[in-house]
Ligand binder design. Structure first.
Ligand code: ADE
Length: 404
């Protein structure tokens, strides 16, 4: 795949396109039991926490020119970092399948199709289009992407208008705590943390592109969550595809679903390929990206993708401690180069953070799980690594000190 430099505008469109997806709208509907006011508040708090973390992850890529998985080697070592490449490839194959499943089921609802053959046909349609998107070069993608995001924006505005015209609030079924709603909102930007640096590092103006990409994603993702929440609260439709059908959006709704799924899933498959190549570079980025698209589509066709909320919490458990350690190292302790092969201390600290995240999740704190876990892991890693890195650099300078 060519490494052409991208403009700030095309990076911003790319991340707005990433935010506009049925999966984001669907996650917003889970928050409906909180009602509109509390729901919106939880969405904003969660996106601010996840957004700040995503911004710093992108900034490291913009500053160093490293891709997302290479940046992790700064904290976890040249071989230790590969563990996160494996986790990231798994999450992105998972996302590809989730996107295909959600896209296909929306198309089925909109076109009034039923049965497993219809699922396979709709999944293959979406998977096939992602495959073609992937096969095009970056230059063409930037143009098609900008066009499709503009079309999506218009259709989402229509959807927002229709929802705002909805009747009085409908009592939503199900239960969710405020903290859990924050956590679902953190998980969405967080899940892009191991991805964003792959795109900021190839920008003509990396720092500006990082700021604008994050802003575009923040606005787009909050909006999608609020569309989902509003649809469930004001119209009673838990399924946005049904709502779009009831609005008479017809074929334009099918277009929204297809375009939004393709533009977002392209990022998943491409980043999975970039991460995979940090493990083995025997195949080109494009070949691996195409293979990931096929694998994700096949999983989407035949494996029932359930437990979407648990998938999001799992992403939080893995990536919150990981990024807390990297941010502490890079920004606070100024460790900005790869020095170890496997940094066992940081890997152990990551594992402790993973366990603490799972514990806090079951405690259901009012501020969610990510914020206390980030604070704890950053404190711990500052205390431990501050001393450790100082000692290491003293040893290095002693070893290289001139002998009198
Ligand atoms: N397809 C996707 N949708 C939302 N967040 C993601 N993070 C990584 N891939 C994603």
């Amino acid at each position: 795949m060519t490494e052409e430099k991208t403009s700030t505008i095309s990076n911003s469109w790319l991340w707005l396109g990433a935010a506009i997806s049925i999966s984001e709208i669907l996650t917003g509907t889970f928050i409906a039991p909180l009602g509109m006011a509390k729901g919106v508040l939880s969405i904003l708090i969660g996106h601010i926490i996840g957004g700040v973390v995503m911004y710093f992850a992108g900034k490291i890529g913009a500053d160093t020119g490293m891709n997302a998985m290479e940046t992790l080697k700064i904290s976890f070592g040249s071989k230790g970092g590969l563990f996160f490449s494996v986790l990231n490839v798994l999450q992105l194959v998972g996302w590809t399948a989730v996107m295909v499943v959600n896209g296909a089921s929306a198309i089925k609802v909109l076109l009034g199709m039923e049965g497993s053959t219809a699922t396979v046909v709709a999944s293959l349609l979406i998977g096939g289009l992602i495959f073609i998107w992937m096969a095009l070069d970056v230059h063409a993608i930037a143009k098609v992407n900008s066009f499709s995001v503009i079309a999506l924006l218009v259709l989402c505005l229509l959807l927002t208008y229709k929802i705002s015209q909805g009747a009085a609030a409908v009592a939503a079924t199900g239960k969710i705590s405020f903290g859990a709603a924050i956590e679902l909102s953190v998980a969405m930007p967080l899940s892009w943390v191991p991805v964003i640096a792959d795109y900021t590092r190839t920008a003509k103006k990396p720092r500006l592109a990082n700021g604008m990409s994050n802003l575009a994603y923040f606005v787009g993702s909050c909006w999608m969550f609020i569309i989902g929440l509003g649809a469930a609260v004001f119209t009673g439709y838990q399924d946005v595809a049904q709502l779009m059908g009831a609005m008479g959006l017809g074929i334009s709704a099918v277009l929204i679903v297809i375009l939004s799924t393709v533009t977002t899933t392209y990022l998943d498959a491409r980043s999975a390929a970039i991460s995979f190549r940090t493990i083995s570079d025997s195949f080109s980025e494009k070949t691996i990206g195409l293979a990931i698209t096929v694998i994700g589509t096949v999983i989407g066709c035949f494996v029932p993708v359930m437990q979407f909320e648990n998938f999001l919490y799992l992403i939080g458990s893995c990536f919150i401690p990981m990024i807390a350690i990297l941010i502490t190292d890079y920004f606070l302790l100024k460790k900005q180069t790869i020095t170890a092969s496997i940094d066992k201390v940081n890997l152990l600290m990551w594992f402790a953070g993973f366990l603490v995240y799972r514990l806090f999740l079951s405690l259901s704190t009012p501020v969610g799980t990510s914020l206390p876990v980030i604070a704890l892991v950053m404190l711990l890693s500052y205390a431990i690594n501050g001393k450790r890195y100082k000692k290491q650099s003293e040893q290095i300078s002693e070893a290289y000190a001139p002998v009198d």
